[in-house]
Design a protein around this ligand. Structure first.
Ligand SMILES: Cc1cc2nc3c(=O)[nH]c(=O)nc-3n(C[C@H](O)[C@H](O)[C@H](O)COP(=O)(O)O)c2cc1C
Length: 322
């Protein structure tokens, strides 16, 4: 059993991962597993301005899911318009992206490109919080170039009634690799007045248990790649019981099949289905160490029947070896 204080409710969130954790993923995950306490949708770019921008968060595509849409932008007026539209769709909370590290985004002063501009953030939050009654939260990194940039944001963020701040403890330059800066994360979150959610590199139950010991005043944890790689991780965290390897492989297989089912319904043509499903193997593959040849066949094939056969072969030979 875990040694988490059972009196403190632990909230687990699904991270937004553009291209992966969209409505098909959420439906697939929900069909096979217990859902996290909330799922954050990959960002909606407020500068796009077309009806398709809302397709991932349409309520009819997200039934039964506690979904928090996320917006990306740097123009408060445009962002306000999108927040209002989301509210009209029935959402009462919207998350603001201040963490996207891709140069295409940061060059325009959006995502993590905002983090070294405290005054810009202040203006943006001022407009959004004073002219909308929608609950707002922020998802951010520690900095754009330097991890200590977050320290200048403490007085700015504390000025506003944010429902929570989700912190991924890296700079934009680190993208998604390298060490999470636990020391800077600690200096930062201790000064924030609103609830803080920890995000970054939670891959196992032990990762969470260690973090929970270190940060006993945090009870919100956002999981991204770790939950795709091990769909039972949420259950492990909620119950404190470790899943055995065979069950983890079966869970990956169930998630894979549920995803395929979603894509088969939604997309036409093998190429489109492959474009969606094959990237998941980046996250599934660490569970199949020593099966590189089989994984290569899965990645390379252009034929649907062969793909299914290779996947079946991989899952069953891995299960037999356990
Ligand atoms: C391919 C990819 C796309 C992502 N898209 C988004 C996004 O749309 N919005 C966002 O806030 N974070 C996005 N992230 C960051 C994740 O939400 C999360 O912060 C990051 O993966 C670290 O958490 P993890 O180690 O649990 O995966 C993305 C990450 C990856 C790898």
């Amino acid at each position: 059993m875990s040694n988490i204080n059972p009196n403190t409710e632990q909230k687990i969130y699904l991270a937004p991962i553009q291209g992966f954790t969209d409505y098909s993923f959420r439906a697939a995950f929900a069909s096979a597993f217990e859902m996290p306490d909330a799922a954050f949708a990959p960002f909606i770019n407020c500068h796009e301005s077309n009806p398709k921008m809302f397709r991932d968060v349409l309520p009819e595509r997200n039934e039964g899911v506690v979904l928090i849409p996320q917006i990306l932008g740097n123009d408060p007026e445009r962002m306000l318009k999108v927040v209002n539209e989301l509210q009209q769709m029935g959402y009462n909370e919207v998350n603001i992206n201040m963490g996207c590290p891709y140069p295409m985004v940061t060059k325009k002063g959006m995502g993590a490109g905002l983090l070294n501009q405290p005054e810009k953030i202040r203006q943006m939050l001022d407009v959004l919080t004073s002219r909308s009654d929608c609950r707002l939260s922020v998802k951010m990194r520690l900095g754009f170039q330097q991890a200590n940039e977050c320290l200048s944001l403490i007085p700015v963020l504390n000025q506003f009634p944010l429902s929570e701040v989700i912190v991924h403890g890296r700079t934009a330059g680190q993208m998604y690799t390298g060490e999470v800066d636990i020391e800077m994360f600690t200096r930062f979150y201790k000064e924030l007045k609103m609830p803080v959610c920890y995000n970054g590199n939670i891959f196992t139950l032990d990762d969470v248990l260690q973090l929970q010991q270190k940060f006993s005043d945090i009870n919100r944890w956002m999981l991204g790649r770790g939950l795709i790689a091990n769909p039972l991780l949420l259950h492990e965290i909620k119950t404190g019981e470790r899943a055995d390897e065979a069950n983890k492989i079966k869970a990956i297989s169930s998630l894979h099949d549920a995803l395929l089912q979603q894509y088969e319904t939604r997309l036409s043509g093998t190429a489109h289905i492959f474009n969606k499903i094959k990237p998941f193997w980046e996250y599934f593959s660490p569970a199949f160490e020593g099966y590189e040849k089989a994984l290569k066949k899965i990645r390379k094939t252009e034929k649907y029947e062969a793909y299914l056969a290779y996947c079946n072969e991989l899952f069953s030979s891995k299960l037999k070896s356990i």
